[in-house]
Design a protein. Structure first.
Lengths: 211, 335
């Protein structure tokens, strides 16, 4: 499978649509252990990213699409997810720099690039009850599926499943990073809203892959 | 159930609030040209002075924008409700207040704010502006004492910003301003309690649930759950629990002096804040601690949350002088 810049635009738009649909649920999750604004910030951020990339001309390369999305996300929201997803998109852009079309390996590298951006900017490690607990297993699962000879939709399916399991596992974690850190044991039993939204992001990307 | 609010579209709340603030306080405040959410003091930034940039999410008014003015902060970067501003307005504030002596960032210790302000600082460095950062960590309920650096910044911002702004206004250099700002933070202790939730203009849904007869001790100013939930107590018992913790941390000697802030979170009336202040004063008197100055009111709010916090700044001669230094802001004046 090959992914063109226009496919990336469609994938980003799909993410924005899903987050808009689910923003109340994400705010509700965030209200349990945080400040109840995560859905608003994510929907605003990917909405700004979608608006920026749909305005690009057809000559824009994949890395330019991802950089424009990063820039728009960053100036569009702030919050915690602004720097995290902006850096994720920037790293994804760097990972496919100079390519006009992405092959399966490039697309999996793009997922890993996003994960690395989130990890570096947030200075988190898996197990701290953050969005990284969805992103890290998702990137690894996609890589494992690729080296086992699967095609790209299968790689993304593996990423979505791993992200979902990772998000579910945050229920059993005590937050040691981010705003819920101060809750200590009271964060137990709740899914991390950043991990929940990460599942939505990866699932929307998977759904919008070219047929 | 949806909460009732006097708003237009929820997504426009912050910008429409700023329009109203600028209309009311045009003598004190202006937007940095070309920005919507970078607010700078009309009088304050000047050559040779360390610039003080504060900021954070909206919903805490008069924190942060109300503390912009001569003798206090030079500019504030404004985020969405309870969300850090992005780097752009922070950088615009930085450039607007740069007088060649460096710029100090001060804001509450939250992961989102740290990432956005750090990115702005990296961009400012490319403009050859030296930026230092002092995070406020006055909320003693938010982490144990040996992890002071992990604590949240809450209403104590009021004193900590005030002292740092005075140090800037006296034209001290960046090293000295930073030292004084850190000292002000280390000497400031806040403890809060919440009785009822607030709601965001976009969701208009209570952001946490709490029983009719319950209170949450140590709740954050964004409605983050606190350290413990218990039955609602009479005012004196609530204050005693707060003051026990504050005094244990502050460890004052007899004859020491404090500055006092009894702060409402938005929906608690002044009547109740003054009832609290009565007990705070009794406790300080009993401990032989003098009160240099008291502020009672809504200084660091959480939209319409019901609840209050008590802040003590443990004073010495240096901090007292900076606290008493005049300032003239849109929503706060000393001298």
């Amino acid at each position: 499978m090959e992914i063109a810049a226009s496919d990336l635009v469609r994938m980003i738009a799909a993410v924005a649509d899903d987050l808009e649909t689910n923003k109340d649920e994400l705010c509700r999750l965030d209200g349990l252990i945080g400040d109840a604004d995560h859905g608003i910030a994510m929907a605003l951020g990917f909405g700004a990213a979608r608006d920026a990339v749909t305005a690009l001309g057809p000559e824009a390369e994949p890395s330019a699409v991802l950089n424009a999305a990063a820039k728009a996300f960053l100036s569009g929201v702030g919050a915690s997810c602004g720097p995290l997803y902006a850096t994720a998109l920037m790293r994804a852009g760097a990972s496919v720099k100079g390519k006009a079309r992405l092959d399966d390996g490039d697309a999996v590298a793009l997922l890993r690039g996003m994960e690395t951006g989130i990890r570096d900017r947030g200075k988190a490690e898996p197990g701290q009850k953050t969005m990284l607990d969805a992103w890290a297993p998702a990137a690894s699962a996609a890589e494992a599926a690729l080296s086992a000879g699967n095609d790209l939709p299968q790689c993304f399916d593996a990423a979505v499943m791993a992200a979902r399991d990772g998000a579910e596992a945050t229920r059993q974690m005590v937050a040691t990073k981010g705003r819920a850190e101060r809750l200590g044991d009271r964060s137990l039993g709740h899914v991390d809203p950043g991990a929940a939204s990460a599942v939505m992001v990866i699932a929307a990307m998977a759904r919008a892959l070219p047929a | 159930m949806r909460t009732k609010k006097i708003v237009n579209a929820g997504d426009h709340a912050v910008d429409e609030m700023l329009d109203g603030i600028l209309a009311a306080h045009s003598g004190h405040l202006a937007r940095v040209a070309g920005t919507k959410r970078a607010i700078v003091a009309r009088d304050g930034p000047r050559d040779g002075k360390v610039g003080l940039v504060i900021g954070g999410g909206s919903g805490h008014e008069p924190t942060f924008v109300g503390f912009v003015g001569r003798g206090l902060a030079d500019a504030a970067a404004i985020g969405n409700v309870f969300a850090s501003p992005p780097p752009d307005p922070i950088l615009a504030c930085t450039q607007a207040v740069n007088g060649g002596a460096g710029v100090l960032y001060m804001y509450g210790n939250y992961a989102g704010d740290v990432m956005n302000f750090d990115m702005a600082a990296e961009m400012a460095a490319m403009d050859d502006i030296e930026v230092r950062t002092v995070l406020t960590t006055d909320d003693i309920a938010s982490a144990p004492r040996d992890r002071r650096d992990s604590r949240r910044g809450v209403a104590g911002n009021f004193f900590i910003f005030k002292v740092a702004g005075a140090a800037c206004d006296r034209m001290l250099d960046l090293d000295e301003v930073e030292r004084i700002a850190r000292k002000a933070n280390a000497h400031t202790f806040t403890m809060g309690v919440a009785l009822a939730p607030c709601s965001l203009p976009q969701t208009r849904r209570p952001n946490f649930e709490i029983g009719a007869e319950e209170m949450e001790i140590g709740m954050g100013i964004h409605g983050e759950p606190g350290v413990a939930r218990g039955p609602l107590e009479p005012a004196d018992s609530i204050v005693d629990e707060m003051m026990d913790r504050i005094l244990a941390e502050m460890a004052p000697a007899k004859g020491d002096r404090v500055a006092l802030l009894v702060n409402g979170l938005g929906a608690t009336p002044l009547m109740e804040l003054y009832i609290m202040n009565r007990r705070v004063r009794q406790r300080l008197d009993d401990a032989g601690i003098g009160v240099h100055a008291t502020w009672v009111g809504n200084w660091c709010t959480s939209l319409e949350m019901t609840g209050a916090s008590v802040t003590c700044m443990h004073l010495d001669g240096e901090l007292t002088a900076f606290l008493d230094h005049p300032c003239d802001c849109a929503m706060f004046r000393v001298g």
